[in-house]
Design a protein around this ligand. Sequence first.
Ligand code: NAI
Length: 678
Amino acid sequence: MAQSPVVTVTQDDDIAWVEISNPPVNASSTAVRAGLAHAVTEVRGARVAILTCAGRTFVAGGDMSEFDRPAEEPHLPDVVQMIEDSDTPFVAAMHGSVLGGGFEIAMGCTWRIAAPGTKFGLPEVNVGLIPGAGGTQRAPRLIGMQATIDMACSGQILDADQMLALGGIDKVVLGDLKAAARAFAADLPQRPTKVRDREAVALDTEAYAAAEATLKKRAKGQQSSLRNLEALQWAALPFAEGQPKERARHLELRQSPESKALRYAFFAERAVSKPQAIEGVAPRDLHHIAIVGGGLMGAGIAMACLTGGLRVTLIERDADAVSAARDRVARLIAGGVKRGKISEAKQADLLARLVTTDSYSDAAQTDLAIEAVFEDLDVKKAVFAQLAKVMSGDAILATNTSYLDPTLIFEGIRNLSRCLGLHFFSPAHVMKLLEIVRTPDTSTEVLATGFALGKRLRKVSVLSGICDGFIGNRMLAAYRREAEYLLADGALPHQVDAAMRAQGLPMGPFELQDLTGLQIAWANRKRQAATRDPKERYERIADTVCEMDRLGQRARKGWYKYSEGSRSPERDPEVERLIEDYSAQRGIRRRSYTAQEISDRLLAVLANEGARIVEEGIAERAEDVDMVKLHGYGFPRWRGGPMHLAAETGWEKTQKIMQMVADESPDSWVIAAQPENP
Ligand code: NAI
């Protein structure tokens, strides 16, 4: 039989070298599995076979693009077993990431050696799955139950030293991996018992319940960590019984809504950072960033840029504001040190790359400026006028505005092709989302540079056009609007919040407003008042709450009340009375809503607004909308996002609910057409 193009076998004296070459990460695709199965027959007669991978890593997982189709032969569990049963023993010589199917293959080998820094993991849990090729059955037999729980249920990654200490590998080898493998093969230890024939000890009832409780608490509705825990218990059965159970569960979970949503999110994250608009366009190199405004956002953005390896010049209004801004960034860095995320040497390096100043001329040499001053058009315009004076004529100018129209902010600037919005989310050094806002003039090179910056800052960048609130805050505004209509029509804040938490959201809309403060949305509603369609339903409940100085947790009262020192919302009869009186004054006969009715409406409104955003060309595709919700607004990853959810349950259902929502509040909603490729 001919050699497989992705798996080659080379005989070298009494050693057979088996090499997988399936870039970029040597995923265990059908071709790799077939190549390995063939290799097992080819190594017959050799004293030892050494399994290595070309490129930057050992097998770093399965090929997820195959998971939507029925599993194709040869199946990985069979291939692993063939390797394990081979008369010629296998040595896995590993580097890079040994993940999922990669670790399962390694466990089928007789010995395992690894380069320093090699990482091991069973990350199937992150895509709603359990391992499907003996991972849950061999790992407890090889490294013990506790370490396997950490890997399979919590997605923990272990390094080569930890793996060595657990007995999962035989040796950490220095220097050239192949030379080290040859040396290892020259003096092989005694052949150990096959991993599958070893014994595993299951958790006792008490330990199981404790592990289950911990995982449940962390999972926030996601099931896969619990499914992994269940499967690990089967390792106490004979392998021949446990393995088929694992396989069956793995295949069943591939079809689950949770796994589909998580796989969708995995691919969507990669897709959104490569929008069609910048295909084939090379970004500029960035070295030095100016940030204007060192308040909440500016300080966080500075922190993100510093940890991304950039030089930062932070500009504030006057000496006092400069020193406050510097303290703010220094505190963020110190926080990183305290949490063990930043070493002390790194702290000094970050601070050395930070200049704080009240002089715009210090921005002269920077490649890109990000403005994060007060949300006021005139203030922002003045900032850009100053920046344009000192920076080079093609240096990039970016605004972090939440709601203002960037084309108005950049009015009067020469060379508008260098202007764009870079909308970070608070706290900017933590939140993953970056909305990259293009104006009609932004050049593709400048956009591509925005995306390259996002990547450098480890953000999920999403391209947005201009509309009120861009993608995320526009969706939020629609969601809140319907939530407030529900209050006027009969629901109470705690009912709405509970209904959304039951859908896997970390918080409902009213708790969230209390947490972030009610004043920004209030200011927005005032700003929009002049242009709002007078026919659109407008309920004044939130305004009244604000007028009563109930501005949220910081004021210890908002939609809820808060006891001294507590962040737990408590129902407040004053607010509930206010809502009921409001409905009465408006002549609305209050009705009751089930949790399902509430969440159906709010999810439909989100999906509908998302579809409109795509329809209007503000977002390129549904994925963009969903990634905004996942990474900026805490929408549960295991549900994929509101557009994915609507596509999975059927857009007809969303449209039907939307029709009901629109009938309940006439002239207030535009129903989107069903997306073409949901
Ligand atoms: P902030 O009030 O905490 O900070 C603004 C800072 O800008 C202050 O330190 C102020 O001294 C400084 N500043 C004002 N005028 C200046 C000038 N002419 N030159 C230099 N510095 C000046 O405000 P925050 O929350 O940081 O917001 C900043 C911008 O970011 C706003 O446009 C806001 O809409 C936007 N944004 C805010 C988010 C949030 O969650 N707070 C999220 C995303 C965007």
